[in-house]
Design a protein around this ligand. Structure first.
Ligand code: SAJ
Length: 439
């Protein structure tokens, strides 16, 4: 199947790189976003998200004449839906006394509805947004069929999850294997013909519900693996063991690959997606739900570690929080466990100065963000490393000593080396390293 023009609905972390990549591969693309600021930013040569290489890619796409922007979809050969699927902030479900989050599918619904007036016989519609199992056939299909066209016989419908890692999106978009699940075989094949314009990795065809489930399984298994690493860090602290060393040694086993503990799991994917399984089948998801609760409580564990280090009373204590992003070397603050830790410290009476090198102008209610590390650490009693940004890992503790009165440091990501920090005059406490602290 040939595609001359497509609409990509939702120009976020996935939609914008996807739209631009299709455009630089010769397809005419209408990038659609309901937020007029997103459209004007891109039209003025900027981008509203930071991702290595993205600005140049978008610039090339616009300059090629193939990428245009609009607040509404237009007639096209194919439509890709890549809008957010967060969970509701205030609403939650309860099963057997344990809470779980509920998926907010409003953006998928309205994006799908916006296609209906333009849908034509022979079109392909692909849902890319991470979604609960059966969304393509139970939610998207009936909306599209309001056009009086039938999925399968009149138009193709598929689900294809994005699997790219923030920070490496541009490369992974083309190089990663791509799963395409059709509501029938011709739909999967139409999807393959579309993504084959730029995907160099293997394209694997399956059915729509399996593709939805595969995506959720990938992120859920990562969440569970991080949860066990976090639980190991708690055990190590109790038993006087260095978890970082223990993991390194355990990973010498040919079939063991333990991930790293940290202040918790953030971002828009792994901390959200497992809930889609729990909501869809709370009676079958005991481990998934427990892992989510373990990871969500990890910021509290780090908070307790800092509190103990400062002698249990945080009132009036000055703390410099290094990093607010949800993971190293990205600017994304969504669901960030670092922010949770800062909030807990502030609630307990500490005066926290935060520094996030990738987003110095961020505004977060209740959090004081400073434009430079020098200002954040200037009057600190304690430094806490909350994100393993490269520039933090490479900090020289000897030089830091001249910039801060703090001689206490907590490392929640395993980024600072105890020997050099101790030599420089700091008492460094690392998450998951047991000493005489009894937590
Ligand atoms: N984290 C740890 N310990 C680790 C690894 C990660 O605590 O050993 C934390 C990170 O600091 C972060 C969170 O987990 O807070 C998630 O980070 P991540 O790097 O594991 O994943 P994401 O959210 O950036 O991207 C994931 C990827 N999925 C998998 O690796 C299975 C990516 O391929 C997906 O495309 C993406 O989710 C998505 O969009 O679903």
């Amino acid at each position: 199947m040939q595609f001359r023009k497509i609409c990509v609905i939702g120009l976020g972390y996935i939609g914008l790189p996807t739209a631009s990549t299709f455009a630089t591969h010769g397809i005419q693309v209408v990038g659609v976003d309901t937020n007029p600021n997103v459209i004007s930013t891109i039209q003025n040569g900027g981008i509203h998200i930071s991702e290595p290489g993205l600005r140049i890619l978008v610039h090339d796409a616009i300059n090629s004449g193939n990428l245009t922007l609009s607040e509404t979809p237009e007639t096209a050969d194919a439509y890709i839906i890549s809008v957010p699927t967060p969970f509701f902030e205030d609403d939650q479900g309860i099963y057997n006394g344990k809470s779980y989050r509920l998926a907010d599918m409003r953006a998928v619904k309205s994006a799908t509805e916006s296609i209906v007036p333009h849908l034509k016989r022979g079109n392909l519609v692909v849902l890319e947004s991470t979604s609960p199992p059966r969304t393509t056939i139970d939610l998207v299909r009936p909306i599209l069929e309001k056009s009086a066209l039938k999925a399968g016989s009149d138009f193709y419908l598929a689900y294809s999850p994005e699997r790219v890692m923030p920070g490496q999106i541009i490369r992974e978009l083309t190089e990663n294997a791509r799963v395409i699940g059709g509501i029938d075989k011709p739909s999967a094949e139409a999807g393959r013909d579309l993504y084959a314009y730029f995907v160099k990795g293997e394209i694997i065809l399956t059915d729509a519900t399996m593709a939805e489930m595969i995506k959720l399984m990938e992120n859920t298994s990562r969440d569970i693996n991080i949860a066990i690493a976090n639980e190991f860090s708690r055990l190590a602290q109790r038993f006087g063991v260095d978890i970082w060393e223990a993991i390194k040694i355990a990973n010498h086993h040919p079939r063991v690959k333990i991930l790293n503990p940290g202040p918790g799991v953030g971002g828009h994917c792994i901390s959200v997606d497992p809930w889609f399984f729990v909501e869809a089948a709370p009676d079958l998801t005991e481990i998934i739900s427990t892992a989510r609760h373990v990871n969500d409580s990890q910021p509290h564990f780090v908070f307790e570690l800092i509190k103990t280090t400062l002698g249990n009373d945080l009132k009036g204590k000055h703390i410099a929080a290094l990093g607010l992003a949800f993971k190293p070397d990205v600017d994304d603050l969504r669901e960030s466990p670092a922010i949770e830790v800062v909030k807990l410290l502030t609630q307990a009476g500490a005066i926290v100065r935060s520094y996030e090198p990738y987003k110095t102008d961020a505004v977060i209610p209740g959090i004081s963000i400073f434009p430079s590390i020098e200002e954040a650490i200037a009057d600190a009693d304690l430094l806490v490393l909350l994100v393993g940004h490269r520039e933090f890992i490479e900090l020289n503790p000897i030089k830091l000593c001249e910039l801060t009165p703090a001689r206490l440091a907590v490392d929640a990501v395993g980024g600072w080396e105890i020997y050099s920090w101790t030599k420089a005059g700091f008492r460094l406490i690392r998450l998951g390293v047991g000493d005489n602290l009894s937590l």
